[in-house]
Write a new protein. Structure first.
Ligand code: ATP
Ligand code: MG
Length: 357
């Protein structure tokens, strides 16, 4: 029991005790008055005492009411304090997150820069290799046409050689290998590009743009991935054009949309909603996919955090997104119910203000 509650309880006891005294005194006074109607003094004493007790009771009752009021004020104050502490915790977490991103960003920028060059030439070499392989295979086909004209022992030798290297398998596999390598390198390039954007999302220009155009063009880009998995519902409000880095916001929408699609097991709905709230544009991307477990939700914006199988996700999408939104002076949060779906909510200032360089 808290102190004010204890005070209140003891006041109540006191009132109760005094009331009992009054009642017994009144009874006694009445009895005495009846017994000795001549002796009026005792009755007068009793009446005086009763008045005193009544006054005291009134005082005590008002003290009790005051106590209750103080108690209510204290409860309200405690509630406000709790809210303030929560806000402080949020701010602290946001700060930690941006510090973490900043230091990983520096590291990532260095690695991305180093990896970018070799990946560049491996990529162009692979393209050349693919065309050389195609040409050599075509040449091989040409030779094959004249094979029948060769002396029988030469044909036999060639056939042994072909058998040893399993030429049919080699011909199909070589093409597969080259194509897979090109895909793999493209994936690495995308990761490197993401890493660079994440660490230094700054190569595009600030422009005053219509956010709906950005969302629509991004939807076009990912339409192939979405169309077999989800119905997209656009609930667009009336938005003013906002000052932003459009190509980077495209990337934000791309990351959120791809995540939404990937969270939907078979068929689902993705809802994109926009509105204006207190000088800020609010964009939400919601899905009715698998949702996010409570124990991982605080990590989803961390770089390289992923729950997807190797090769499917790098875990960079949301950390890149977080960095871009922060650069715009906005913030992003997530609401999710495991098994029901997730909604990402972005707040962006309409005017470019207080933005990091
Ligand atoms: N809409 C969503 N529904 C459910 N889980 C999500 C959703 N969006 C993100 N997540 C969770 O957050 C994790 C991190 O997402 P993030 O986009 O950063 O990386 P990723 O999608 O795993 O990989 P990448 O985007 O780099 O290909 C995901 O692996 C997933 O567990
Ligand atoms: Mg992702």
């Amino acid at each position: 029991m808290t102190e004010p509650e204890k005070d209140q309880a003891s006041l109540r006891q006191e009132i109760h005790r005094l009331n009992k005294i009054i009642t017994s005194l009144m009874d006694r006074a009445e009895r005495e008055a009846n017994k000795q109607s001549g002796t009026y003094g005792l009755f007068q004493d009793a009446v005086m005492l009763e008045n005193q007790v009544r006054r005291r009771t009134v005082e005590l009752e008002s003290a009790l009411r005051e106590n209750e009021r103080i108690n209510r004020d204290l409860t309200r104050e405690r509630e406000e304090q709790r809210k303030l502490i929560n806000k402080l915790e949020d701010a602290h977490n946001q700060l930690l997150q941006s510090e973490k991103l900043a230091s990983i960003g520096q590291l990532a920028a260095g690695v991305a820069h180093e990896v970018n060059n070799p990946i560049g030439f491996v990529n162009s070499n692979l393209d050349m290799l693919k065309s050389y392989v195609e040409q050599l295979l075509a040449l091989h086909d040409q030779y094959a046409q004249y094979e029948a004209d060769l002396p029988p022992e030469a044909i036999a030798q060639l056939n042994t050689y072909k058998h040893n290297i399993d030429i049919d398998y080699l011909r199909t596999d070589i093409v597969t290998l080259v194509n897979e390598s090109i895909d793999g390198v493209a994936r690495v390039r995308r990761i490197v590009q993401d890493l660079r954007d994440f660490s230094r999302p700054g190569n595009s220009e600030w422009q005053t743009t219509d956010i709906h155009t950005c969302i629509d063009s991004t939807l076009n880009v990912v339409w192939n991935e979405i169309k077999f998995k989800a119905e997209v519902i656009r609930k667009y409000g009336t938005l003013p054009p906002i000052e932003c880095l459009p190509s980077q916001l495209n990337q934000v929408f791309l990351n959120l949309l791809v995540n939404a699609v990937q969270a939907i097991p078979e068929w689902g709905t993705i809802i994109i909603q926009t509105s204006v709230e207190q000088e800020q544009v609010v964009i939400t991307v919601g899905d009715n996919g698998v949702g996010i477990d409570e124990n991982i939700i605080s990590h989803i914006f961390d770089p390289f955090f992923t729950t997807k199988p190797v090769g499917k996700g790098t875990g960079l999408g949301l950390s890149v997104t977080y960095g871009i939104i922060e650069k715009h002076g906005g913030h992003i949060e997530v609401d999710s119910i495991p098994g029901k779906g997730s909604t990402f909510i972005i707040h962006l200032p309409i005017k470019r203000a207080c933005v990091a360089p």
